[in-house]
Structure formats: structure tokens, C-alpha cells
Design a protein around this ligand. Sequence first.
Ligand code: BGC
Length: 462
Amino acid sequence: MNAIAEPLNARPKTTVIFTCALAALAGLMFGLDIGVISGATQFIQAEFQITDHVIEWIVSSMMLGAAIGALGAGWMSATLGRKRSLILAAVLFVVGSLLSGGAWSPETLIAARVLLGLAIGIASFTAPLYLAEVAPENIRGSMISLYQLMITTGILVAFLSNTAFSYSGSWRWMLGIIAIPGVLFLLGLFFLPESPRWLMMRGRKQMATEVLQKLRGDAEHVSHEVADIEEQLRMPQKGWHLFKENANFRRSVGLGVLLQVVQQLTGINVVMYYAPRIFQDMGYDTAAQMWFTAAVGLTNMLATFIAIGFVDRLGRKPILYAGFTVMAIGLGLVGTMMHLGITTHGEQLFTVAMLLMFIVGFAMSAGPLIWTLCSEVQPLKGRDFGIGCSTFTNWIANMIVGATFLTLLNGIGNAATFWLYAALNVVFILITFFLIPETKNVTLEHIERNLMAGKPLRHIGQ
Ligand code: BGC
């Protein structure tokens, strides 16, 4: 008999929310890493007397490490399991933070940042995967959005701590202090149960059932879910083999890669890495630049709640349409203001407001939802491989956006750079319409059946 788990309507158990919240803390490391470097570079440059080029290496070595980490994470989380992969990531993160704080040369700093990158590459792969696997479908969207909330919290905390340490210029504290949340996360991880889907892949059905029983409570639902997972696991191929042999799997991998390219080309990290520089171009002094950067961090965090509140009720696509539209308008107007020239105080404030509007658009939509969708659309047998490809793409695209922004500014000018990103956001509205599925309130197994039956991508959630 084909046992299909009925969607859960009951209120989720506290255990599952606690478990998800704990795993989502991986996002905190991600955010701390993204946010921490912008405030430290000028002091590092002064102490080591290094060129802009070496600074670029120090900044981007992390993203390179993350891309490599994301690639290896697929294999790792399949072999070691999700929980042990997260533990390894946390250990690397703590070692990497301490080493960056204590770095005695630019080379050591680069090495330390590669380690940090490896850590968040592994974590940014494993955490959303784990969350999608343990959360029941009726709260899956919000639980993965919780992960994004942690990313944005990490970025905000890093921006604030940078501001605090900037008075004394102690970049070593800025970089080293993030080891503390790292250690707390590491300790918390020991309380996580292993993913029931991974346990089933390893043939440990009894353990998987026990974990599901703790997370779901309802014995009948658990037995359906176990049967459903078993059915998915019957297909013999996996990962790379599946990719070579199965055109439907190639479609979901392609979709995941596209989704992450879309997320990065919204232009979000232009603001995350270069906010002070953008505020400088608007005519603000250093103190104002610092505070507005903190305001960016706060807005980014608060607007994530919009996604958490609505993703499982309104669905993924309506929120994405709204988000890309808001982002296109926000960036379009920032570009227009820069084109017209920002002279009065009112014009300055309007431009800041438009930039913040862009941040709201991202944080309420593409920020959390791309991670959600990427972990939902892959079939179980190829999930590690598929999410590995999309997470790798996230970091490579992140690196490209970060490394080309200043060149774009100098080449085509401020206004055109912002218009370019605004136009891309318009294209993403079309991509949402034609290619992105609605995955609200359906089980992962259901999505997989539709994908494998050859349904068009935008319909695999129906
Ligand atoms: C993105 C990061 C970005 C962050 C900003 C994440 O979803 O993957 O690249 O820096 O959101 O909040």
C-alpha cells in the first residue's frame, strides 16, 4: 500500500520547535561571519600595512572556504550524519575565530578565514537540510525562516560589536569574540537528535521511529511518515549517479542552483559588505555611516519576521512576488536619487529610506524563502547532492557580487549599478512565475513524487 502521510494540522510540539531553534543557531555563525569583517578591515590594514588587494583576499578567503565547505558537506552529512557535521562545523568555527583574533600575519588571517569559511559552508548546507528533515510540513517554512532570522541576528550583532570595538580600534576583539557564541552553539548541538531521514538512510528504522515519535507525538502519523520515507528510499541510485541518470533530478538541481543565483543577484550583499561606503556616497560622515549600517542590520532582522509569520499561510510565491517588487522599487529609486544628485537633508533621508525598503524586501522574501525552497525541492536520494550544489552556488555568487561591486561603481557609476540590480529584481518576478513551485503545506515526499513524475517545476508542489 502506498502510505501517504496526511499533512499535520495539530499544533507542533515544543520539542520540535526547540530542536529547530537549536539547529537554526547555525545561522548565527553564518551571520557573524558575514557581518564581522566590514568593521575590521581598516584596522587590520593599518596594523599590517597591507594593500587593498591583500584586504580583498582577507575578505573573500572566507567565501572561498565556504564554497569548498558546502561542496564537501554533502558527502560529510551523508556519511557522518547531520548532527556530527554540525558539530564539526562548530569546532572549526571556534578554532577559526580564535585564530583570526590572534593572527600574527596577513597569511595566518587568510588561513583562519578559510577555516571559518569551511565551518559556515558546512553549516549553511547542513542546517537547512536538517530543519527540512525534522520539521513537520505545516511549520516547515517558518522553521527554515528561523534559520534566516539567526543569520540576520548574527549580522546585526557583528555590526553592533564592530561599532563598539571601533572606538578602541581593536580588530582582534572584533574577530575573536565570536568564538563565544560558537562555543555555546557547540554545546547546544549535543542535545540535538539525529535526523530521522538520515537514520532511515542508514537502515536504523527503530531509532528513526523513536526520534519521530519524540518530535511528532502522534504514533499513527509517525508510522505513515516512516512508511513514506521508506518508499522514497527504495530508489537505488543516489547523488551523482542520480544526476547522471535522472533528468527529473537534473531539473531540481538546476532549480536549486538558479534559486541561489537569484538570491545573490538581488544585490543584498552589496549592502551587507559595503553599506558604509554607500552611505558615504550619499554624503554622510563616518559616525552617521556607522549608525545607518546598524539600522540596516536591524531592519534586516526585523523584516525577517514578516516571512516567518506568513510563509506557511500565504505561501512562498506571493511573498516572493511582493519581495522582488519592493526590492526593484527600492533600488530603482536609490539609483534615481544618485543620478539626480543628493544634496539636501531630505533627499539624503529619502535615499536611506529607499535602501532600507530594499532590505525589507529581501528579508521578508528571498532571504529566508530561497533557503526554504532549496531544501524542499530535492528528492531524498539526491537531497545531499542537490542542496550541496545550490549552497556552493550561493557562496560562489556571493563572492562574485562582493568582488565586483566597487568595479561596477567605478566603471558604470552609482546610479547605473543600482539600476542594474533593480532590473534583475524585475526579471526575478518572471522567474518566480515561470519556474518556482509553491511548496506550502505539502510533504517533501509529495513534492518528490510530482518532480519524478515529470510535472513542470512550477507545479511540483500541487
Ligand atoms: C544570504 C546571505 C546574506 C544574508 C543577509 C542570506 O540568506 O544567503 O548571502 O548575507 O541573507 O541577511
